[in-house]
Write a protein that binds this ligand. Structure first.
Ligand code: ARG
Length: 461
């Protein structure tokens, strides 16, 4: 017999039972459901809505149930539809009529809004912790590669020399924003929907501030219709996860390029690469590729929930039962990807000679050559034109800017002197860019110092 069967004269069709039931996935909310019920029962007792002794009995029994569930001793059934009704049935089996008082002044609508919100709110620090570990691995890599010169690219064409450390810190700064994005959304979701009831609160004197406090929320949500209808906390969370996966994915793409034979800038540790079943020479970056591939699932979750929500009127609609699976899948995916990605980053080694060789070719110091003339007084645009001609001349004659004789330089401008060769050395080009945010070792050290302070704050929190 269903808890809601009062007005019905027929049994629910089996197909509908299967279709309607969410216990196969929302069982995952059992702990949050019990936490929410304990707060609700406590408040009901304090407000005299139910007797204190009965509230105590409910709380006590819920705690026993929690332990039994965690010990694997409890089975949920799809006949009870979802986690909320399963819990109520279990409670009532144990303490009879007292158990039936728990749902006073509450609906599954505010119950599920609460459970789901608590769940997401509890997973965010887990993800932030994993991101902090990634930041630490990036700091370690950066600290040991401050002078490892490599080509920086735009359009995947060699552009200006940078260092491997500078590139690592670029990603580290993206992940820092991912952390603060998750922190921001935590702050916005820090309001309790409990007490919204089905949609319009209750005529019982419930104290929503008290349950919010018991549950560790800053305050109750201001509007009960919004309380049961809002899923933008989850959408915002999925957006933050999608952006984070986008960062992991483009970093993965770069790792994949860097360990190809065409680049060979890095070598993945054997423990974080895989072989081929047919080609004995292969060492494949499967971890990076899978992370890049799994990004699609997380984007999919975001689009799923946005689409579920886009056309439903106030307040609760059953469509919203479709909110949980995409969020669970996104959480599982992010929490699966981050630790393995971090370990891969932590254990990779850089091939300095190959990076330097790549940085030496391709006229990577052409901007510095133009800057050289500009520093001697020539307007930059004019200098740019002259260096363009020089590069064309080098391409025609098989020279590079490093090997072109001084006489050739002087043919195009008398500003060129012997010191041009030093000005165009990779060390000068990188070391001279000590502007805040730049690739010079001292500038990257500053970036590392900033990030270390950020990481320390999180670790001490
Ligand atoms: N299983 C439902 C869900 O996940 C719980 C809320 C159901 N509320 C209702 N009025 N049918 O959304």
């Amino acid at each position: 017999m269903k808890l809601w069967a009062g007005r019905f004269q027929k049994e629910t069709d089996d197909k509908v039972n299967d279709f309607n039931s969410s216990i196969s996935f929302d069982a995952r909310l059992y702990k949050q459901d019990i936490t929410g019920s304990i707060a609700h029962a406590t408040m009901l007792g304090e407000q005299g809505i139910i007797a204190r002794e009965e509230a105590d009995k409910i709380v006590e029994t819920l705690k026993v149930l929690l332990n039994e569930i965690e010990d694997g001793k409890v089975e949920f059934t799809k006949d009870s539809e979802d986690i909320h009704m399963n819990m109520e049935v279990l409670l009532t089996e144990r303490i009879g009529a007292t158990g039936k008082r728990l749902h006073t002044a509450r609906s599954r609508n505010d119950q599920v809004a609460l459970d789901f919100r608590l769940f997401v709110k509890e997973e965010i620090p887990v993800i932030i912790g994993m991101l902090v570990d990634l930041e630490k691995a990036l700091i370690r890599q950066a600290e040991s590669t401050l002078d490892a010169i490599m080509p920086g690219y735009t359009h995947l064409q060699r552009a200006q020399p940078i260092t491997f450390a500078h590139a690592m810190m670029a990603y580290a700064n993206m992940f820092r924003r991912d952390i603060t994005r998750l922190e921001d959304c935590t702050e916005r979701m820090d309001e309790s929907p409990l007490g919204s009831g089905a949609l319009a609160t209750s005529t019982h004197p419930v104290d929503r501030f008290r349950t919010a406090e018991l549950l560790g929320f800053a305050k109750p949500m201001d509007n009960s219709l919004d309380g049961v209808s809002d899923r933008d906390f989850a959408i915002e969370f999925l957006s933050a996860c999608s952006i984070l996966m986008m960062h992991l994915s483009r970093f993965s793409e770069e790792i994949i390029l860097w360990c190809s034979w065409e680049f060979k800038f890095i070598e993945l540790d054997d423990a974080y690469a895989t072989g081929s079943s047919i080609m004995p020479q292969k060492k494949n970056p499967d971890v990076a590729e899978l992370v890049r591939g799994k990004t699609g699932r997380v984007y999919g979750s975001l689009i799923t929930l946005l689409t579920v929500m886009k056309g439903i009127p106030l307040a609760y609609n059953k469509d919203m039962q479709e909110d949980k699976e995409p969020v669970f899948d996104a959480i599982d995916t992010v929490e699966l990807c981050l630790p393995v990605f971090t370990a891969m980053i932590d254990t990779l080694t850089v091939n300095r000679a190959n990076m330097r060789r790549a940085a030496n070719g391709g006229f990577i110091s052409a901007t510095d050559c133009a800057d050289y003339l500009a520093k001697k007084g020539m307007p930059f645009r004019e200098a740019y034109g002259i260096v363009g001609k020089l590069v064309g001349h080098c391409v025609d004659t098989g020279h590079s800017l490093e090997t072109l004789p001084l006489e050739e330089y002087q043919k195009v401008s008398p500003y060129f002197q012997e010191d041009v060769f030093d000005a165009l050395s990779l060390e000068t080009c990188v070391g001279g860019r000590k502007v805040y945010g730049g690739p010079a070792p001292e500038a990257v050290l500053k970036q590392i110092e900033n990030l270390k302070a950020f990481v320390k704050e999180r670790e001490e929190a």
